[in-house]
Design a protein. Structure first.
Length: 489
């Protein structure tokens, strides 16, 4: 039968799953998107990860998402064992690279000394170490420690009250973007963006290189939260990056910001991924905490389309168990939502440019409730119609067909959507017979079942969905002519 999983699972590749058997099992366990984190590893390792996924995860469409570093500021090299600092101590961050030792360190960003002002906070290692700038010199900042610890090489530096002059896309990022284009990735996540213009810059570059990679805006900076409506307008999906968000902004605000971002993405008709520390304890332990289970379930109640595992699968001891538990939580939560009749508010998509397709998607929701249909089958060449159906949170599965393999992979991110690659029937009128043959052959439906078909002529063109019909499966009827091709689940 058709996989009923609605919430999609994103995993991060790393040493823990860089084994053919492990990645095969992860594919079988129901992952939908694989993230390549460009902040770690070498291009050779990245190539190895990509080949593993494309060779061993072939049973169902799977999207590959590259995650570029963005302007991540880090501590420069320090002596072995690190530089200990205690509350009340004063240490210096100097402009020029330097092997840090007692009382002095450097960073990988030479203009940090120019951007940061006296009185502003400097947070190191996800805020585990905190300091405030008490003096500014031409080539150094003097900082008083308010929370102590040991400063280690390459740990992140966050400057929550500082407006940085560093570009949102660095020189390294452009090289990584070229790699993503050359290797035909499906999604590209942009880290530490501040405004919608950061998305537009990358979009223009992709257009110049004839690349259709879709862009995921990672929301982790206060400026990005402020510009969220404009960012949603120009991005293809958003990611709630709770890790740096919890450092850049007040920690207690993170759950509220998460809800606001998920709601805004739903209203804009864009997929939203919730990420960071979903099952963090499973990096070391075989079972999650009760609080983590509740966090995952609440993200689904909020309306997340996908949940992402980071260290749990990249470096954790139990990557497969983490995916299986995440799926169990999602399945149980989804059944609860359906059984209790909890309905998501349909997004306000009718005001958007593609109002016709959005209206059809909303109509499919109403008809699904009244017709006792088993599923919706939509011909969604570029993925737009499937995305609108996904955002309406239908209580039945959505099967999305396209000839475009890249579009099929991208649709694997969409909540409640099972994408399939198919050849176009010779005649539009052959589509119902093709649906009969497909669903019965895959044992997803039987004669007499009702399905809703959403499509538009000509099949294979993007943005033409303009018809909706309730169809009863007739297993005996065969398609006319030789237009039905192989279906690739």
């Amino acid at each position: 039968m058709i996989d009923r999983q609605r919430t999609k699972i994103v995993i991060t590749m790393g040493p823990a799953c860089a084994d053919p058997r492990v990645i095969t099992h992860l594919g079988d366990a129901g992952i939908s998107v694989v993230r390549l984190n460009f902040s770690h590893g070498t291009p050779q390792q990245r190539q190895h990860f990509l080949e593993l996924v494309r060779t061993h995860c072939v049973k169902s469409p799977l999207a590959i998402m590259g995650d570029i570093c963005g302007p991540k500021i880090r501590v420069g090299e320090v002596v072995t064992g690190g530089v200990p600092v205690s509350v009340g101590n004063v240490f210096t961050i100097q402009r020029e690279p330097f092997i840090g030792d007692t009382g002095i360190v450097s960073s990988n960003y030479s203009c940090l000394v120019d951007d940061v002002q006296v009185g502003q906070d400097v947070l190191i290692d996800d805020g585990l170490i905190r300091a405030v700038v008490i003096d500014k010199q031409p080539d150094a900042l003097r900082c008083r420690v308010t929370r102590g610890g040991v400063i280690l090489s390459n740990k992140g530096i966050n400057l929550p009250h500082t407006r940085l002059s560093i570009p949102s896309v660095t020189e390294k990022d452009w090289g990584d973007i070229d790699w993503a284009i050359a290797h035909k990735l499906d999604y590209l996540a942009l880290s530490f963006i501040r405004t919608s213009e950061d998305i537009r810059i990358v979009r223009r570059y992709l257009d110049q290189h004839q690349s259709d990679i879709h862009l995921v805006a990672k929301i982790e900076m206060p400026q990005a939260v402020e510009d969220l409506p404009a960012i949603l307008e120009v991005s293809d999906a958003v990611l709630v990056a709770r890790g740096d968000m919890g450092v850049e902004m007040e920690l207690t605000s993170v759950p509220l910001i998460q809800k606001d971002i998920v709601t805004a993405a739903h209203e804009a008709g864009k997929p939203v991924i919730v990420a960071t520390q979903m099952l963090q304890s499973m990096v070391e332990k075989a079972v999650p905490t009760r609080a983590e289970v509740s966090d995952v379930a609440n993200a689904i109640f909020d309306g997340a389309d996908a949940l992402m595992l980071s260290g749990e699968t990249a470096v954790g001891k139990f990557p497969l168990e983490a995916v299986r538990i995440l799926r169990r939580i999602a399945n149980k939560t989804e059944r609860y939502i359906v059984n209790k009749g909890i309905e998501a508010v349909p997004p306000r998509l009718l005001q958007m440019n593609y109002h016709r397709t959005a209206a059809l998607a909303h109509g499919a929701l109403a008809i699904a409730k009244d017709s006792n249909a088993r599923m919706v089958v939509v011909w969604s060449q570029a993925g737009g119609a499937a995305r609108y159906l996904s955002k309406n949170r239908l209580p039945i599965p959505v099967v999305a067909l396209s000839t475009d393999a890249a579009a099929v992979r991208r649709m694997s991110l969409y909540y409640g959507v099972t994408p399939l690659q198919a050849e176009i029937p010779k005649h539009f009128d052959d589509l119902p017979a093709m649906v009969d043959d497909l669903l019965c052959r895959l044992d997803w439906a039987r004669a007499g079942d009702r399905v809703i078909i959403v499509a538009g002529a000509p099949l294979g063109a993007a943005g033409v969905a303009n018809s909706l019909s309730v169809h009863t499966i007739d297993a005996a009827r065969q398609p006319r002519g030789a237009g039905v091709g192989e279906i690739s689940p």
